[in-house]
Design a protein around this ligand. Structure first.
Ligand code: 2E7
Ligand code: F3S
Length: 316
């Protein structure tokens, strides 16, 4: 039986970013240095395949520091942690390693600097996400107010409209954030902030690549996890850019083939926490059913790399 033709638009950049790469390497190095078990507070990155692989090597994933024994090392996930977490680990004299993405640490430092200058902070982010919890947790309770939408900006109650600064989550929708920042500046003309926002290079580039392919795709699949903020944003971007059917898939066996019935083109991309093997798996699944022509669409080249410490240092 002949297979129907299918053009597969493969987005680039896609998949692992520099912060994810570094965080995974830190866990692997910790396992080499200290042996198993090594504890990891929260999924090191939001991907089941990555987490399961590290668990097989001896990593134990927990949500709270209290779940870790005092005599084993603990690693903090790439998303960052509230200041109280390393403080508590130090108080308990635990060995800990911080795998927070350097681009998130930069936001933490900015927030602390504004606070020292007496400014109240507004964070643009998603409630309950670990990065938002970690960034807000850099400052005392009440010093960081959260806004998620343009509507929230109208409601937020600040101490002094003349003494405000803002930071953002790194994985937001670039376009939605433009609107929220504009609303903040309209209501609080003196607000201080980054040049645009704190959305990272990887988030920006993956959204741009999706925008480039979405209008040509009958369907678009984003390889990523349901708790992965940056991956969920890629689905939204695809829909907004004109692709009627955009879905998150964890791996090939998640694909709803019936929903794809009759398509002649498909887009494939992956969130920053999804390993390339899962993208290959998805492409192979299409090859089994279609006569696939892969078209790579590269909208940016990435050469960002974050140094992984050669030796894991333990805080004094
Ligand atoms: C850390 C940060 O693990 P992810 O899916 O995380 P998000 O934040 O998108 O849910 O992706 C990698 C990553 C992205 N941002 C890790 Cl702060
Ligand atoms: Fe860092 Fe951005 Fe990746 S904040 S972990 S480089 S998605």
């Amino acid at each position: 039986m002949t297979k129907p033709p299918l053009t597969l638009h493969l987005a680039a950049p896609r998949g692992f970013c520099a912060g994810v790469d570094r965080a995974i390497k830190i866990v692997e190095m910790a396992l080499e240095k200290w042996g198993a078990p090594v504890y990891v507070r929260h999924e090191i990155v939001h991907n089941k395949f990555v987490v399961d692989g590290l668990r097989d090597k001896g990593a134990v994933f927990v949500e709270e520091l209290e779940e870790c024994p005092l005599d084993r090392p603990v690693i903090f996930s790439a998303h960052g942690v509230p200041k109280a977490v390393p403080d508590e680990a130090a108080r308990r004299e635990m060995v800990y390693v911080d795998a927070t993405c350097p681009l998130v640490s930069k936001v933490h430092i900015e927030a602390a600097r504004h606070h020292e200058n007496g400014l109240q902070m507004i964070m643009i982010g998603h409630a309950g996400h670990p990065e938002t919890i970690g960034t807000m947790g850099q400052l005392p309770e009440g010093e960081v107010l959260l806004v998620e939408t343009v509507a929230d900006v109208a409601q937020v109650e600040v101490r002094d409209p003349g003494r405000l600064a803002f930071v953002t989550q790194t994985t937001l929708s670039v376009d939605d954030t433009v609107d929220i920042v504009a609303a903040l500046k309209a209501r609080f003309p003196q607000i201080i902030g980054p040049h645009k926002e704190d959305i990272c290079y990887a988030t920006t580039n993956r959204q741009e690549a999706v925008k480039a392919i979405a209008p040509d795709c009958d369907a678009l699949l984003v390889v990523g996890a349901p708790n992965s903020s940056n991956s969920k944003r890629l689905v939204e971007v695809a829909r907004k850019a004109g692709c009627a059917y955009a879905q998150l898939v964890q791996r090939a066996d998640n694909i709803d083939w019936r929903a794809l019935d009759g398509i002649r083109s498909v887009g494939v991309t992956a969130g920053a926490s999804a390993p390339e093997v899962l993208i290959d798996e998805v492409i192979d699944a299409f090859r089994e059913r279609y006569d696939v022509e892969v078209r790579l669409v590269e909208t940016a080249q990435e050469n960002v790399e974050f140094k992984v410490p050669r030796v894991l240092r333990v805080p004094a």
